[in-house]
Design a protein around this ligand. Structure first.
Ligand SMILES: NC(=O)c1ccc[n+]([C@@H]2O[C@H](COP(=O)([O-])OP(=O)(O)OC[C@H]3O[C@@H](n4cnc5c(N)ncnc54)[C@H](O)[C@@H]3O)[C@@H](O)[C@H]2O)c1
Ligand SMILES: [Zn+2]
Length: 362
């Protein structure tokens, strides 16, 4: 299957391309040559990820040795950014250098923030290695790190110069990580694509088997949806909010469990069920629509439990979120499979009822 290309952003210097294709990472340097990117390229990864993916990358990208930082969300902080600056200086990086970030969302966000701020901003190319990073975090230019007071509180907008999406690197991704990314795929399907939803309903086995014939079009479709939305709304004022489908309840679930129980996508799966319950209780989503979504979530596999989590605690966290958005709770409700809208009038009681119907306690 030939690679596909998706353009992100309005015409101009900040516009970039996502290339999606089986085996693309093995000719990474030639791609970057085509784009005229950087006489000096500095590859950044984590030791864990590098061990898995190095052999799928262009040999030219493997020497000199990459700059490796520790793996995991708990290292997504300014200390790691500082180590990256040190590495960039040591490699004599200058404004013409290009950072090549090879990793999941954590590495991409951290390296992206380092690139955004080093010498007031140098070029970065993302080579995402998790499903979540391929369909979501590598696209859109949001970069940043966590602060002791909360996730992603330190950040910037720094669009990459290119994104190279190669499903070959997903072969080694643990099944739970892959599934966590797949819930974001389901999110795109519900907000924007009945066709993608049908693929998830009927080809789930092939998707989990990472069959390139199914995976490449699926990746292209998701990247296309995110690209279209962020191009229309770069700074998250309007349509980009649709991407938050499932995320209001998800963030609250992650917070009350201190980010220890759920992979992000798993919390999003619960959050989508909550939003869909609410939509169906309001009568804006049909019972069939709700049932179809719930069936796909069930088919995808087990989710960590929510039955011991308190509705009141979750509501309290959601309420705190609400203050941040000028006192109005933006909630994305699906109105059909493939369509969603943002509402700002969700009441306490109806959210409590949706959480109860989803299985939370209280
Ligand atoms: N910038 C954005 O727009 C945006 C959007 C969504 C999420 N995010 C961020 O993304 C982060 C989550 O990203 P993630 O889910 O990719 O997690 P991650 O980057 O921590 O990767 C998950 C795990 O998979 C392993 N891994 C990665 N690639 C692998 C491979 N090819 N083979 C085997 N193992 C591999 C990693 O070592 C890690 O243990 C969060 O910090 C979140 O805030 C950012
Ligand atoms: Zn998400």
């Amino acid at each position: 299957m030939p690679p596909s290309s998706i353009v992100v952003g309005p015409p101009g210097p900040r516009q970039y391309r996502i290339d999606i294709g089986h085996g693309l990472a093995s000719s990474l340097w030639a791609r970057l040559d085509e784009l005229g990117l950087g006489r000096q390229r500095i590859v950044v990864s984590t030791s864990t990820i590098w061990r898995f993916v190095a052999s799928s990358l262009d040999p030219a990208a493997q020497t000199p040795a990459p700059l490796l930082v520790p793996d995991g969300e708990r290292f997504k902080h300014l200390g790691t950014v500082s180590r990256l600056y040190d590495g960039f200086f040591k490699a004599s990086a200058d404004r013409a250098s290009t950072i090549v970030a090879v990793g999941g969302g954590v590495l991409g966000d951290t390296a992206g923030f380092a690139a955004a701020t080093f010498l007031r901003g140098i070029a970065i190319v993302h080579v995402p290695t998790t499903l979540l990073a391929q369909v979501d975090s590598a696209i859109g230019g949001k970069v940043g790190v966590n602060h002791a007071l909360g996730k992603n509180l330190i950040g910037a907008f720094h669009p990459p110069r290119a994104v190279v999406v190669d499903p070959v690197v997903l072969a080694t991704l643990p099944r739970r990580e892959f599934r966590a990314g797949l819930y974001e795929v389901l999110k795109y399907a519900v907000i924007a694509s009945p066709g993608l939803f049908a693929t998830l309903q009927t080809r789930l086995g092939a998707v989990f088997a990472r069959d390139p014939d199914v995976l490449v079009p699926l990746l292209s479709e998701c990247c296309g949806i995110k690209a279209r939305i962020v191009t229309a709304d770069e700074h998250e004022h309007g349509e980009r909010r649709l991407l938050n489908f499932g995320h209001t309840a998800a963030h609250a679930l992650e917070t009350v469990t201190r980010y220890r129980r759920f992979r992000h996508g798993e919390a999003v799966a619960w959050g989508m069920l909550v939003a869909a319950r609410l939509a169906s209780a309001r009568g804006v989503l049909s019972q069939d629509g709700f049932d179809a979504l719930a069936a796909v979530v069930t088919q995808m596999g087990p989710l960590p439990a929510v039955t011991d989590l308190s509705i009141d605690e979750v509501l309290e966290v959601v309420g705190r979120d609400k203050k941040v958005v000028a006192g109005r709770l933006h909630f994305v409700l699906p109105t059909a499979i493939g369509h969603a809208e943002v509402v700002t009038d969700v009441g306490h009681e109806e959210l409590a009822a949706a959480l109860r119907a989803t299985g939370l306690k209280g």
